[in-house]
Design a protein around this ligand. Structure first.
Ligand code: HEM
Length: 447
């Protein structure tokens, strides 16, 4: 499970043992696990009420995630957090009010690509996308002008990602006082820094007042009615989670999409033709154009199928009572995982599952929002990703802007060709960052 290819190994095992519907195993001394590689059992696990908690790793607990949406046990507090987030962070009105921010970040990313091309004649997209995604989340959560503090938060997210991704034996064997790889110590240090920084921002915002007039998530949380108010400590955990979850997921998905665009020039050209026909070359693509760009949407779906950012749905579920899955008795306390990667690569479910064919989603309408378990990259059921519409809206707009602005192609040098090798950390990342060329397509658009 500590391997960077756990999703592939588990898929192979399930196929060879004929256990795709449900495979039981034990991790460490006594952590009982079941894993589903089939849409039917995936639905039973994700959409029923029995697996509504998540097992929490020592590192996630130390990093305060137990008090945020992702790891809070399902109950009153978790429902309150989901409601606040649904109404004030992810509502359609709020997502649309953030379009000007998304456009500004897209302008910055385009400038950075241009700068890299002028300086080095090549672009390593990963850092441009990560920086853009971080700025986008920071401004929507804290408002503008975080400056140096924003950069510090970015480094903290990086460190947190590394710590949570690390396999820690202490999660599976009862040796609570041993800190094998120093993870515990590093987590406590990082939690202290996060508390200090976000705690200070909260205090300053309270002192400034006027929170009712501001649109960022922090100000909105501070102006909630009394019965919904969170303590400062809980608010730190919630804001930290938003930044933590919202930054890398979007950047990683967009890097995979751009890698596919560089590799499949015909697909790229078709998407650009669609943009030119629908939007033209005289103005930037806007959110309202996306429904008229079905091929672009199909590309995003196909990349989510081939490279789901959370192939094991990242955060497992925990049985809160004894339950039957596919007629087998699963005892309370069992960890359940869905191998979405195995499902989206299953030849009995998808025709030519290894081929990159966005057209398959033009021929057949498939929802990726959680209702169709053949392709549920955002999970499903009560704990489905609450950021999925915001995440998709952001990825689709930035993809359209990058394709409208540049023609993307591989480098001539054979040593830096697109490499689709994967590395599973908290999300499924490209092992070797995408390096490519970008040439301006249109010169008339004002920034
Ligand atoms: C490409 C983008 C994204 C992908 C692929 C993704 C994927 C996922 C997945 C697979 C889950 C687990 C769902 C389950 O257990 O059924 C999840 C949960 C979650 N995601 Fe996302 N996510 C994305 C973007 C975001 C964004 C932008 C945010 C917030 C800013 C976010 C916040 C969360 C939170 C808070 C949870 C925990 C929900 C709960 O336990 O109640 N995600 N996400």
């Amino acid at each position: 499970m500590g391997s960077s290819h756990a999703h592939r190994k588990l898929a192979c095992l399930a196929t060879s043992l004929g256990s795709s519907r449900l495979m039981p195993f034990t991790l460490g001394l006594n952590t009982r696990v079941i894993i589903s590689s089939h849409p039917d059992t995936a639905r039973e696990i994700l959409c029923g009420s029995s697996f509504s908690d998540r097992p929490i790793k020592e590192s996630a607990r130390a990093l305060m995630f137990e008090r945020a949406i992702g790891f809070a046990p399902s109950g009153k507090y978790w429902s309150q957090l989901r409601r606040i987030a649904a109404n004030h962070m992810f509502s359609p009105r709020r997502i649309s009010s953030l379009e000007s921010l998304r456009q500004r970040v897209a302008n910055d990313m385009i400038k950075n690509v241009q700068f890299e091309m002028n300086e080095r004649n090549m672009v390593e997209l990963k850092w441009i996308l990560k920086k853009g995604s971080l700025n986008n989340v920071l401004e929507s959560v804290f408002g503008s002008n975080l400056g140096v503090e924003g950069e510090k938060l970015g480094s903290m997210v990086e460190e947190g990602y590394e710590l949570i991704s690390e396999f820690n034996w202490a999660d599976y064997i009862p040796l609570k006082f041993v800190d094998f790889s120093g993870v515990k110590k590093r987590c406590h240090k990082l939690a202290g820094q996060v508390n200090c920084l976000i705690g200070r921002i909260i205090k300053e915002r309270k002192k400034e007042g006027n929170v009712n007039t501001k649109n960022d998530f922090l100000s909105v949380c501070l102006s909630l009615p009394k019965e919904d108010q969170l303590s400062d400590a809980d608010l730190v955990a919630v804001l930290w989670e938003m930044v933590f979850r919202g930054t890398d997921t979007v950047a990683i998905l967009l890097e995979w999409i751009m890698a596919r665009m560089v590799l499949h020039q015909d697909v790229q050209a078709k998407a650009q033709k669609e943009i030119d026909t629908c939007v033209g070359q005289g103005r930037h693509v806007q959110d309202s154009d996306i429904p008229n760009l079905p091929y672009l949407q199909a590309i995003v779906k196909e990349v989510l199928r081939l490279h789901p950012p959370g192939p094991l749905l990242s955060w497992a579920r925990l049985a809160i009572h004894d339950v039957h899955v596919d007629k087998f008795l699963v005892p309370a306390g069992t960890t359940a995982m869905v191998n979405m990667w195995a499902i989206t690569h299953d030849p009995t479910i998808w025709k030519d599952p290894w081929a990159f064919q966005p057209e398959r989603f033009i021929k057949e309408e498939v929802s990726i929002m959680g209702s169709d378990l053949r392709l549920a990259p955002f999970g499903s059921g009560r704990r489905v990703c609450p950021g999925r519409v915001l995440g998709l809206t952001t990825v689709q707009l930035w993809l359209a802007r990058l394709l409208q602005e540049f023609k993307w192609s591989p480098l001539i040098s054979s040593s830096q060709q697109v490499d689709l090798s994967e590395c599973l950390k908290l999300s499924l990342e490209m092992k070797n960052p995408l390096v490519c060329c970008a040439v301006n397509r249109v010169h008339v658009l004002p920034n």
